[in-house]
Design a protein around this ligand. Structure first.
Ligand SMILES: [Zn+2]
Ligand SMILES: [Zn+2]
Length: 131
């Protein structure tokens, strides 16, 4: 009989969940999105308006995720404009509502303008300056 045992694996079936901060492309306001681990990727299940100081206090501005993302059937969409999909910036890796005019998109977080292509799960970050 060993005196010290190691517990491996999960005690419960609760999936790993994270909150990432997104910026609404239409209203320029912030909201939080709840992501749940789902296989190799993440499914997003819920969105709620959030203030910058609350996001910081809760540590939501340090969230990072790698993997593909997809909406849960119940996902309500952006609390401001209702969009259910995101653009992930290739430069700062932050999330914005997917409102694309023409072939280009400007990231409201870092100001980068570029063309839109398929996201391949490189990584999402809601860190850094939320302003
Ligand atoms: Zn929006
Ligand atoms: Zn950016």
């Amino acid at each position: 009989m060993k005196e010290t045992s190691e517990l491996t694996g999960r005690a419960s079936n609760t999936p790993e969940a994270k909150i990432a901060i997104c910026k609404c492309k239409e209203s320029k306001k912030l909201y939080g999105v709840r992501f749940e681990k789902d296989g190799d990727g993440w499914k997003y299940t819920w969105a709620f308006p959030i203030k910058e100081d609350v996001a910081r206090r809760e540590g939501y501005d340090t969230t990072t995720m790698v993997g593909m993302i997809h909406p849960d059937e119940e996902y309500p969409g952006c609390p401001y404009c209702g969009r259910r999909t995101f653009v992930v910036c290739g430069d700062c890796h932050k999330l914005s509502c997917n409102i694309v005019v023409g072939n280009t998109f400007t990231c409201d977080w870092c100001g980068m303008t570029g063309t839109i292509s398929d996201y391949e799960g490189e990584g999402i970050s809601s860190g850094g300056d939320l302003g």
